[in-house]
Design a protein around this ligand. Structure first.
Ligand code: GLU
Length: 282
């Protein structure tokens, strides 16, 4: 049997903090216990926010923690053609349409919130005529590409996934996916030729990832990932969503909170062992 494949997939848009350490160490520990492989993937599709110095810092911080990963590291910015190919397949199925609204317009149109709490887009641009669409594209207005979720759901059976961690409400075991809660999700952003969802699904398949271990904040996104996997005929990995580390105010740690940055902790003289303990491991 092929060994299981795990991946840690940070974005180089800031320095790693204790929450990343928890995720990376859990991936490494689970890969080791299962006799599996550990991959590192750099999720740098957003050229305006990602920087080479943050990528270099990721390698340095992870090595300091004692992690080892396989080379070469996959960098998403080098694989836009793969995401385009996936997008083209969804387009050929008639599941993709352009939407031209600004953020403010979307907020005004919203029909509720998505699972991340963002305004839920009601599919307004789906109703544009082919001529109107072509005219707007020709005029040079920026547009994103969205998944027609109703048409997509009509093509796939009910979806679920195997959860070996737990969701925000304690969901575990076989979890029913509810991609409809996301509405017509963006597959390619106005400024980037893909989206987090499309790139992560394409890469997990391309890298033969069998086990996705990541923070609970991405639990609900798994429904979109399962839908894209089903549409594109890709295998479903097992999922393990782990607890999040919170700051003193009960908020998820962020890359701007210096207090828990791995560099800061190291500069204060903490050892990797102490960082493990701080993250609640050991
Ligand atoms: N790049 C994402 C992040 O840094 C993680 C994506 C994933 O593990 O699916 O939050």
């Amino acid at each position: 049997m092929m060994p299981p494949v795990f991946r840690f997939a940070p974005s180089p848009n800031g320095h790693l903090h204790l929450g990343h350490a928890l995720s990376a160490l859990l991936n490494a520990g689970m890969a080791k216990a299962a006799g599996g492989r550990l991959l590192l993937r750099i999720e740098d599709i957003d050229a305006t926010r990602c920087r080479p110095e943050f990528e270099a810092a990721i390698y340095e911080d992870l090595a300091w923690l004692g992690l080892a990963w396989e080379e070469p590291v996959r960098r998403q910015s080098e694989h836009f053609a793969d995401y385009q190919a996936a997008l083209d397949r969804l387009k050929a199925m008639g599941l993709v349409y352009p939407s031209f609204e600004s953020r403010a317009e979307i907020a005004a149109l919203a029909v509720g919130r998505d699972p991340d709490g963002a305004p839920l887009y009601p599919g307004t641009a789906k109703r544009l005529s082919a001529e109107e669409r072509a005219a707007r594209i020709a005029s040079g207005v920026p547009y994103s590409l969205r998944l027609d979720i109703a048409a997509a759901l009509a093509r796939v059976p009910r979806l679920d996934w195997q959860e070996t961690g737990a969701g925000p409400g304690g969901e575990a075991g076989t979890v029913a996916a509810d991609p409809a809660a996301w509405g017509d999700v963006i597959l390619a952003r106005k400024d980037v030729p893909t989206s987090y969802h499309l790139a992560v699904v394409a890469d997990d398949a391309a890298q033969c990832v069998t086990d996705v271990v990541r923070g609970r904040d991405l639990f609900h996104a798994t429904a979109v990932h399962r839908l894209l996997q089903a549409l594109l005929g890709l295998p479903a990995p097992r999922y393990h969503h782990h607890r999040l580390l919170l700051d003193a105010d009960g908020r998820k740690l962020s890359k701007s909170t210096q207090a828990t940055g791995l560099r800061e902790l190291r500069a204060q003289g903490l050892t990797p062992r102490e960082v493990r303990r701080l993250a609640g491991l050991d």
